[in-house]
Design a protein around this ligand. Structure first.
Ligand SMILES: C[S@@+](CC[C@H](N)C(=O)[O-])C[C@H]1O[C@@H](n2cnc3c(N)ncnc32)[C@H](O)[C@@H]1O
Length: 430
């Protein structure tokens, strides 16, 4: 009776604002129930646009496609291949597959046993199907195309106990709304490859937005793009932890084309022990040094340079992933595989060899989070920007750990404090 009297428009979520449509993120049309599997081939009557990536020919038609994402696809395929080699099996769910190029590459290059290629855009059906058929592999046996909302397909897989070893979430903007259903559909100890193209907020320019999307208040710091990766991982840590899982990154990759933030994570059963690696990062604008703070130090956040007084110069962001960005052993194996396949070099626009070598160097356990940009050192030292090579060798000579950063070309990761970097820059100038 009461229900009948309730106004029809009243929903439990009516207090929430209507999401603003973002034309870039809009999907033309969603499939309705039971429209899968995709019917067999019909004559092609559409715009075709053929391309080649790592020797594989495919059509992008009118789907969303970015050539610049090729390195992200290379990295995904390398990691997936190693997974298959070590486990002997590989089932992939490419939840937002665009034209299906990732699915095709997982199938052909990583030799996935099965690939489920899904996209919400029903108009991309023929393109995805044609691309996967070009693999010469049997439809239904080795691959299948679905055209659903990503959350729906992943939830259906979970409910049908159809679990996947690798789930690829290549979304527009933030990945956050897909995480829960992705983790549900993932096999235990599986891999989750997530993407954020949320450049503005990842860079610390929209802390309210990062709080809403990733549960982290992220403010501008000199190494904001690394924070973007840490925010992305931290977001998965939070969702996974609620579900009884923890994550460890295999690699974290930032590309200024977009910009795009990508992380490949291993998802393991069990909670994060004592919230290690999930905390707060501070940067002091006075001294230029950064520190990590755990949750129980929250009330005592200050920079040693300001005599333990809370300073207006201290910028704090978090909670974020504060642990390693990469698994050095995994990346070393990816590098070996890339060389074996002749992928080293810059066939897809990025020098893969150089990128993976830098990632290995960044994994030195002596190196803290963040990086120091040499222009910042130069401006604090009141000298011209020193040559990167010269600073690297000076730091090494003095016994500091140092590596280049794959995120910024004129920056270094080092355990050397800013005051010493300033001294070195001044000495190099003389
Ligand atoms: C960045 S593109 C994917 C590109 C593709 N992975 C590649 O490597 O070329 C994102 C895709 O997600 C699809 N999409 C957006 N929202 C979706 C949703 N909620 N469910 C399923 N697909 C969605 C879009 O149609 C688009 O093809």
């Amino acid at each position: 009776m009461l229900l009948a009297l309730a106004p029809k428009t009243l929903s439990p979520f009516s207090f929430l604002p209507n999401p603003k449509p973002n034309p870039k993120n809009q999907i033309p049309k969603f499939a309705t129930l039971n429209q899968n599997p995709v019917p067999n081939s019909e004559p092609i009557d559409r715009k075709c646009e053929y391309r080649t990536e790592r020797g594989l020919k495919f059509d992008t038609g009118e789907t969303f496609f970015r050539h610049e994402s090729a390195t992200g696809r290379d990295l995904g395929v390398l990691a997936a291949t190693l997974y298959k080699k070590s486990r002997g099996k590989l089932r992939v769910l490419d939840a937002l597959c665009g034209c299906g190029i990732r699915s095709l590459r997982y199938l052909v290059e990583a030799e996935a046993d099965f690939v489920l290629a899904n996209d919400g855009n029903v108009e991309s059906r023929d393109v995805i199907t044609e691309n996967l058929r070009s693999s010469g592999e049997e439809e239904e046996e080795r691959w299948k195309v679905t055209l659903m909302d990503a959350n729906r397909i992943m939830t259906e897989c979970y409910l049908n106990r159809d679990f996947y070893d690798l789930i690829d979430i290549d979304s527009f903007g933030s990945d956050s709304s897909f995480l829960r259903s992705a983790i549900n559909a993932l096999r235990m100890d599986g891999l989750l490859y997530v993407t954020s193209t949320d450049g503005f907020s990842s860079g610390g320019r929209r802390p309210q937005q990062t709080l809403a999307a990733y549960g982290a208040y992220v403010r501008p710091m000199p190494y904001s793009n690394e924070l973007g990766l840490r925010m992305l991982i931290g977001g998965v840590v939070r969702v996974a932890s609620v579900m009884g899982y923890r994550v460890t990154p295999l690699f974290s990759y930032y590309s200024y084309h977009g910009p795009v933030f990508r992380v490949m994570l291993r998802v393991i059963r069990g909670k994060l022990p004592d919230s290690r690696h999930y905390g707060f990062i501070s940067y002091c604008r006075d001294c230029g040094n950064s520190h990590e703070f755990s949750w129980d130090e929250l009330g005592r956040i200050s920079c040693p340079c300001s005599d333990s007084k809370v300073s207006m110069s201290l910028v704090v962001s978090g909670p974020l992933w504060t642990g390693p960005l990469h698994d050095a052993a995994y990346i070393t194996d990816m590098l070996t595989l890339a060389k074996e396949w002749g992928w080293a070099g810059s066939d897809t626009g990025t020098d893969l060899d150089k990128l993976l070598n830098t990632m290995v160097a960044e994994s030195d356990p002596r190196l803290p989070f963040g990086f120091i940009n040499l222009d910042e050192v130069a401006s604090r030292a009141k000298v011209n920007s020193p040559a990167l090579k010269a600073v690297v060798s000076a730091l090494q000579k003095e016994g500091y750990a140092v590596s280049r950063s794959h995120i910024e070309s004129n920056a270094l990761k080092t355990n050397c404090p800013m005051s010493e970097c300033i001294r070195i820059a001044q000495e190099l100038q003389q």
